[in-house]
Design a protein around this ligand. Structure first.
Ligand code: GSH
Length: 208
């Protein structure tokens, strides 16, 4: 399998899961230019990462990729146990992918939302509040649990990526003890460190 990624982007979630399931894979580093090239757009018209290629099967979208990679090793149980476990995994993945990930977009790409620069800081301030609201929900969900759904799943690396972004954007986790513990747990995981080292060439950023 080939996973196309941008260092530290949401594609890190799929990268970690590939390592968790132990599937042979190549992680292919992209940049702002190569994801908009004609060759890449032919594979993924959205011009974003992640993209997974498995033989002649081409798959975009985080949620679909995480499902497909988890399905390579059903025994690992990374997509929940039974119909309810699967639904819970999808529930948190959907929340992370649409609401939480979306809340970061004005922080990373303000020009996509604003015609000029004047409102960039007020927009960022609003976006930080949105992110903090989501972090509060996620922190409560982790109360008394090691993992988001209660058992380790593909939703956990996605949450991990969101927390790394919070650190990058100086959104403090001080008020969220459960999220800080979760960050530590993930940062101590050998597969997580390997994926980060592969992407960024250095040990994972620790914020806890
Ligand atoms: N809905 C897509 C969103 C993917 C996405 O936003 N990827 C970002 C990185 S986290 C990207 O490649 N951005 C580059 C760009 O928008 O030009 C998914 O879930 O896979």
């Amino acid at each position: 399998m080939k996973l196309y990624y941008l260092p530290g982007a949401c594609s890190l979630a799929g990268h970690i899961v590939l390592k968790w399931v132990g599937v042979e894979h190549d992680a292919i580093r992209m940049d702002g230019e190569s994801i908009k090239s004609q060759a890449y757009l032919a594979l993924n018209p959205s011009g974003v990462v992640p993209l997974l290629v498995h033989g002649d099967f081409v798959l975009s979208e985080n949620v679909a990729i995480l499902d497909y990679v988890a399905a390579q090793s059903p025994g690992a149980g990374l997509f929940g146990d039974g119909a309810k476990g699967r639904a819970q995994t999808l529930r948190w993945l959907a929340y992370l992918n649409s609401d939480v990930h979306g809340a970061f977009k004005p922080l990373f790409s303000p020009a996509r939302f604003l015609p000029g620069e004047a409102m960039i800081e007020p927009l960022a301030e609003q976006a930080r509040k949105q992110v903090l609201g989501h972090l509060s929900i996620l922190d409560r969900q982790l109360e008394g649990k090691a993992w988001l759904t209660g058992m380790r799943s593909v939703a956990d690396p996605y949450l991990f990526v969101m927390l790394r972004w919070a650190a990058r954007k100086h959104i403090p986790l001080d008020a969220f003890a459960n999220l800080r513990r979760f960050m530590e747990r993930m940062s101590d995981d050998a597969s997580v460190s390997e994926a980060i080292a592969h992407e960024e060439g250095e040990p994972g950023l620790r914020v806890a």
